[in-house]
Every structure is written in C-alpha cells, then in structure tokens.
Design a protein. Sequence first.
Length: 619
Amino acid sequence: MNIEISERDINDIEQELNLSFDDARREIIQSYNDVQACPGSGKTTMVAAKLLIIAKKWMSLHQGVCVLTHTNVAKKEIIERLQTSIHGGKLLTSPHFIGTIQEFVNKFLAIPYLRSQGFKITHIDDEICCARGWSFLNRGTKNYLERNRITSIQDMQYKFIDGCLELNIPGFRRESQSNSYQDLINVKNTLMAEGYFFYHEMYEISKEYIYHNSDIIKAIQSRFPIVFIDEMQDTQKFQDEFLNTIFRNDNIQVKMQRFGDPDQAIYGTNEEENQTYNQAELEKVQNSHRFNSAIASIARNLSYNRINLTSEISHPNQSLHTIFLVDDSSRTNVFERFANLCSQAVPINCEYPIKSVGAIGKRSENSLTICSYYESFEKTDSTVGFKNTKLIQYIYVARQQNRNSESYRTILDGIIHFGRVSNVKITMQDGSQSDISVANIKKHLKLSSLFVDFNLLVMSLMTNEISEETWGDSVVLLLSYLGINISNRNHIFLSFERNLINETLDSPTRNIISFEIEGRVIENQIATIHSVKGETHAATLLLETKYHTNDITTLIDYILLENLTQPTEARKKKFMKQIYVALTRPKYLLCIAMNKSGFPAEHISKHELAGWNICDLTQ
C-alpha cells in the first residue's frame, strides 16, 4: 500500500494538533528514512502526527500499520496520543498492531507455531518459569546445581542452531545419563506442557517456524506494508537481525522507518547492541524543545555521534550551570548548594521535578556511588517498574499508593502472582478447585462470608508494622481466608523481606532531600541515570560515580570542550552515553558534582570555564 504524505497533510495535522513542524521534521514525516531524534526533540509527537495522517488515508480492511516499541512505556505514550483522535483510534484495533517487539514476536510467530504443535500458552515470563521450574526440581538436582554455583534455571532455554531447536541444560556441557540431567529435561518438558516459556525462547521458536514455513514472512509483509519502530537504539543485535529478516529481507514492498537516539543507548546487557541502526548514518533532528541554548552547548560535546545539538530557546544572561568540586568531607554539602541555585533558576510552581542522578546506585565499600553523596539512597526505592518477587513486596507497594481501591487491587495482584508461580488454586465452597483470579477471590469471600475478616487482615497489613516473627502466621491466615492451602510455608514468594520501598513521605529512604530556601521548599529526588531516561527535569545535578574509573573525571576534557574527538575506548563510550542522558534532562539548570582531584589543576582557580561556573566546596 502506497500512502503519500503531502505538505497539505502536514499543514492540516499542525492545525489539528495546534503545533508547528520545522523543515527537518516535515521531511521525516514525509519520508521513511531512519531517524536519530535528539533529547527533547518531540519524537513521540512527530511519530503520532505521522500515524494520524496515515490513519486518515487508510482504506484497507485486511492490511494494517505495525508500530513496534522496545518498552511498554513507549507503547503507552503512542497509544495515548492516538486515543485523542477518532482517526487515531482506528489504529488501535485489527488489522493494525501497536505493541512491543516481544509482543509482536509472540502474537504473530511463536504462539501460533506452538499451538500448531499442540502446546498451550499459559505464561511467557522468565521469572515465573524460573520460580516454577526450580520448585519442580528434585532436591538432588538442586544440590548439584548449587554446588556448581547455579541458583536459577534461567539458562534452560531452547536455541535455534543449524536448523533445529537445541535445549541448553544448566550445569552440563554435554549430554548425560545422570539423574540430575534427566530431571532437568523432565522439568523443562513439564513447563512446556503446562504452557510456560521464557521471553527469549519465543524468538528461537519463531526462527524454527520461519525455517519450516518461509511463506510466513511474505504473509506478515503483506499484512503490514508500513512499519515503524521506536526506541530503536535499545534493541539488541538479535532483535535487530530478527526484524530485518521479517520486514526487510530484500523486500521493497514494506516501508519501514526507525526512530531513536544511539547517543542514549545505555541499556547495556550481555547481548551485543544492534549494528544496522546504532552504527548507521541517520537523518538527524538536532533541535531540542526541552532546554535552552546554553544547556545545548554544554551537552553537545557529549554526543557520541557528534550531532550538532541546538535550541532556539534563549538563555538568561547570567549562567548558573555549575561544576561543584568536592572531596570526601564536602561531598554531602553539594545538595544544599544545588538547592540554592534551583531557587534562583527554577520558576515557582514548575511542573517538572528536580533530580540528582548518578550512574552507580548500588552501595559498595571503598567505591564512589550515589550512596557516597546520600547515605540512605536505596536503588529499589521506586514503585514504578518495581519487580515484585514476593507477596510482601506487593504489600509494601500498596502502602505507597494513595487510593484504597488501588492498594487493595495491588495486594490481590500479589496473591494472583503467587498462584502463578506456585500452581496453587482456590478451594471453593463446593470443594472444586479454581484458578486464583480477582473474580474467584471475590466469589469465594462472598460465599464463605469471609469478606470482613479478609479486609480487616488486609487493613492490618497495610497499617501495622510487619515483623519477621508475625509475617509467617499472617500470610497463612490471609491465604486460608481464600481457601488456599499452602503445603510449603517456606516458598520463596511467601518469605519475609524488610521494606526497601519508602513507607512514608518523610522517610529518608524515599530518596528525596529537601531544603527551605527563603521560604521556598526545594525538593530534590535522588535517582540513577538509567531510571530517568526519557524524563524532563526542571534541574539536574549529575553525581560522579566510579565503575573501574571515575566517569566524569574520565570525560572532563569533553565536558570542558577541550576534546572534540569521538572516543574509541569502550568504557569512555559507555560513560559518554550515560553522561549525555543526564546532561540532557533539565529545562532550566544543569550542575555536576565531581572529585576535585579529577579536575584539571590548571583550571581549579578559575570561576568560569566553557559555559560552567566552577565552585570549589572543599575550601
């Protein structure tokens, strides 16, 4: 399907959305060239506008637009933009598809193939597979794996090698007749028979599907003649290769456009990063709507791909952007000095947060981490994206939520999660067994007249202190109200854990530090760089941390505009991308805290340099 986008189409969508696109953005909306969009470029707005134009012109009932993202957050952002339009709403239903790459692989390839082979699909989830599979293992097998320092079956997955799926057995390099080896195979077979699969496995299963049914590629290409991929910089090499197999494959019928920013590719894993996007020449959107020209000038030299980062937003005559020089005795003082600058630079009632960020959040003795600046920092202090692996963690999260109904549902979600990982069921009044779900929980409580008892216990867990001594009996009672009999009170999902999530707004573990400056409260949230990617801040303070070497010290010559070359060393490249993400968050104020010992000696006496004020807190 060939849909041309004209200048008039763009004019109409500008009027509809009450915005304006410059020439560079217009060119991207009209073309299908891959794009590097700088921080604050309005990438999501640009993608949504293009989708709305296409939606108005789309006539086919059997073909659709495919929009793929790396995360659910990006998927949600795009869907929310489309929901505001009648035309955009059309793209939220079949034959169109908007979802993560994983969801696409599952829906159109792996799941249909597995079902054709007689498998049901219960859950595709690494955590559930690991917990469930480990619980199935014999004690002897667990002992064998633990002696080999293996405490998870995460690697017990199929790989597509030389035309067939081969199962990797943790703890064994070759086939064995041992009881442990056979037990692991039996557990894998049980998991698959019950419909439990790992995320990455779905790609490997899809490869086998394509190997035996190559026409499926043509079918998908016919179904989706237009494809957009967002957050492309974070796709791993295997995902990139897989998507190219599906949509490119020497096929000129599919129009595919990829959006992202290789300069912000900081989600490193053991997998290699993609090569066809992150290392390619891309159309660039270099003008940011987030920050002013002074911040753009500072951050520009930390762009690994050397884009000419600009902004048309003018900056104040007096620059407040500051590098604070600290040592061990003065390090904690930086937050108050930063707060003073925030009180001057950030408008009152600004909707954006003030944050201090660092690359390394995990506490480590004799090293430089966020904890070196803020002793009580807890890396897990976030209910957003918090990975709940125990029932008690759901209760801690529920305590943080403002609405009673939301908190109540969170605890029910925890109980449902327990049902998934343990395979236990609710015993109803008539003796029948039912899966644990919200509907079945409420049905059982109503029929057994235990609603009040259950709710009182939930309220107690929400409000009273939970100790290791009382937790065991409380959880047994809670589940018994639901007709859930647990044979293993020591199940890891039911075990006790101290509260790593802040319990009150005033708790020091909330990772928020506040100062009152001339009657105004400046609230500063401490976080990792990875957790703030994609955010806009009112002000950002970057904290130097150490991974083998100090990150800011390593790149101080770039920060001071004394080195304009592209680094070749892998660690410098990693540091540069992390620092670039941090430096491009704030709208009004940018500051850095670094060790004085790492700052160039010839510049220490200077008060201003390369757009920065230099403030020595060690004196």
